[in-house]
Design a protein around this ligand. Structure first.
Ligand SMILES: [Zn+2]
Length: 460
């Protein structure tokens, strides 16, 4: 099977040039100014950007949470991702207390296998890691799960103590693996929540008011300090505010391998969204919460200057009906999370490149290349080069779209960006050489996606 992409403007994290691309089977086999060989399919990319497929390293398909589960499963969630130009996700498997690490991974394989539209890998949320389980962590790495997420928040559910974090960092670090930290002081936050509820503060906005930025900054500081003692790198997930960013900055300035991602919601939405009428603020109940608007400019600066390396979504949708509603009388019962996997590329293109905050190359780096390097997928994924998987997006940078639940493919009953007009539309998506999205229509079939056995981090 040969496919030619002709006349496009190829953008990678470092390149910007006009050329044709020949794809043979799964991979890019040739790139040259002009290619005219026989092929089974020709895609004309005149006037379009040709970019590497997006990599979203932070999604939660069908994650059980708060007595319900995320409304996108691996089928609907990856289909929505594909529509939005994302060709790989790294989702979070969970090792629950009492389970082995391998059991946790196996359970997520069962959820995803044969269902995905795009390639997928797993991190493992690790809730228990005694000395006797270290060998198992290394086995997980050998099986392609090379990063592990630990929580400083959600006591009684996901929270692990500092000793466990240290053990995890040493164990993963000595083999080139990575600990992803949910860095937020959940123990103090729980005390603040208790006091809010005692005062009758039950509305959605109290989710934000009970999780101050200092709780996140303290978590980030502590995570980095433990990583420094463990002589291992650390990756902070969903960093939401300037206070936390400053901790990462200071560490990086000292040469410490501290990395962090942020998400579109922290760049485009703010704490004011919780003031939406009635119970509507519940749409934005996610953790960390949306912050004061002044944080947005700082996060963009972090992205521009390299103190933040990756933009993921933390896609974890719950419908308003029957799911978010569980917390109508008590914000602590609102399932935490929001949709986003479909809108990331276009949102970042519009807010970043069109609005002059980052370059085109940096846009590609933040939405694809950096995640590939961070999580052991590069150069198979994350770039357009001879030998790389032909995960390619033909992007119409001039067309506009209006984000809405009515045009979205995510299995959820609202869109956090409802009505937002943006420039930049995903026109065609190839996953390992096969066109899976063509002019907004899905052309692939469920189960096309393959499990990504990942290597180790090459970002340092
Ligand atoms: Zn998450």
């Amino acid at each position: 099977m040969k496919t030619l992409i002709k006349n496009g403007r190829i953008i990678t994290a470092v390149d910007d040039y006009h050329a044709d691309i020949l794809i043979e089977n799964d991979r890019v086999s040739m790139i040259a100014t002009k290619l005219d060989m026989e092929s089974d399919r020709v895609i004309d990319a005149t006037g379009k950007l040709v970019i590497p497929g997006g990599i979203d390293p932070h999604t939660h398909m069908e994650l059980p949470f708060g007595g319900t589960q995320a409304s996108d499963d691996f089928r609907t969630g990856t289909l929505a991702a594909a529509h939005g130009g994302t060709t790989s996700i790294i989702d979070f498997a969970v090792q629950y207390k009492g389970e082995s690490l391998i059991e946790g991974i196996d359970n997520w394989h069962k959820k995803a296998e044969g269902k995905t539209a795009i390639d997928y890998g797993f991190h493992l949320i690790t809730t228990e890691l005694e000395d006797g389980q270290i060998e198992e962590l290394h086995t997980a790495m050998d099986e392609g799960v090379t990063s592990f997420k630990m929580f400083m928040a959600y006591p009684g559910v996901f929270l692990v103590d500092d000793a466990t974090i240290f053990r995890g960092m040493v164990a993963a670090g000595e083999r080139g693996g990575l600990i992803c930290m949910h860095a937020e002081n959940g123990i103090v936050i729980n005390e603040i929540i208790k006091r809010a509820l005692e005062k009758g503060h039950t509305a959605p906005k109290y989710h934000a008011l009970t999780r101050p930025t200092v709780a996140e900054a303290e978590g980030v500081h502590r995570a980095i300090a433990i990583a420094e003692m463990a002589e291992a790198p650390v990756y902070i997930v969903h960093l939401s505010c300037a206070d936390a960013l400053n901790q990462v900055r200071q560490a990086r300035d000292r040469g410490i391998p501290a990395f962090a991602e942020t998400c579109p919601q922290y760049l485009f939405l703010s704490i004011n969204d919780y003031d939406a009428p009635g119970f509507e603020g519940a749409k934005y109940v996610m953790t960390p919460p949306l912050r004061e608007k002044s944080n947005q400019a700082e996060l963009w600066k972090g992205l521009k200057m390299g103190d933040l390396q990756v933009i993921s979504t933390d896609h974890c949708p719950f419908c308003m009906k029957e799911q978010k509603e569980l917390g109508r009388d008590d914000f602590t019962k609102i399932p935490n999370g929001a949709p986003g996997v479909e809108n990331r590329l276009s949102l970042i293109y519009n807010g970043g490149v069109v609005e002059n905050r980052i370059s085109l190359n940096r846009f590609v780096e933040l939405t694809s290349t950096a995640a590939a390097k961070m999580f052991g997928l590069f150069p198979k994924k994350g770039t357009i080069a001879v030998g790389s998987d032909a995960d390619i997006v033909i992007f119409d940078a001039n067309r506009e779209q209006t984000l809405s639940v009515t045009t979205s493919h995510m299995n959820v009953d609202y869109n956090t960006y409802e009505g937002k007009k943006i420039k930049g539309v995903v026109e065609c998506v190839l996953s390992r050489g096969k066109v899976i999205i063509d002019k907004g229509e899905y052309k692939g079939k469920t189960g096309d996606g393959q499990f990504l056995k990942r290597g180790t981090c090459v970002a340092m």
